[in-house]
Design a protein around this ligand. Structure first.
Ligand SMILES: [Zn+2]
Length: 143
């Protein structure tokens, strides 16, 4: 990660990237759709605005950027060497928010699945990840 942006500039840039319709998310959607799963996008009425919502399966999927959401043991989840305290605080907030959102969704009966961007880094990875997630989504009895 280059460091020539100020934290604020980078923050703004990443916020934009973080929005829906990122490339990894589209890759996952395509695979899930090809496997016959139907979903809705970014349901604003649910905590955390999940990227994909599968009402039939009572499941939601978040596609998380590894850097922002701190994918553990992932090479993308670096910590910038300048303004480190700023970043650490920001990351902690993001992770805390993710945990809170998951708890809220679980409390209302939603199953929460997280897919990391590095798991969608190529068409082949996206296919394998999509198949795994589809199986998990369908796996649980009673849905
Ligand atoms: Zn990752």
């Amino acid at each position: 990660m280059t460091d020539f942006l100020s934290p604020k500039e980078r923050s703004e840039r990443m916020a934009r990237i973080r929005g829906s319709n990122t490339r990894p998310e589209i890759a996952l959607r395509k695979v899930l759709h090809s496997l016959g799963l139907r979903y809705r996008l970014n349901r604003a009425d649910l905590p955390g605005k999940p990227d994909l919502v599968l009402p039939r399966h009572k499941a939601v999927v978040f596609v998380h950027g590894c850097f922002w959401h701190r994918h553990s043991d992932c090479s993308i989840a670096t910590t910038p060497k300048s303004n480190t305290a700023f970043w650490v605080e920001k990351f902690e907030k993001n992770v805390a928010r993710d945990n809170r959102v998951t708890a809220l969704l679980n409390a209302t009966g939603w199953r929460v699945f997280v897919v990391w961007e590095c798991e969608l880094g190529s068409a082949r990875k996206a296919q394998a990840t999509g198949e795994r997630i589809a199986e998990l989504i369908r796996g649980e009895k009673g849905f």
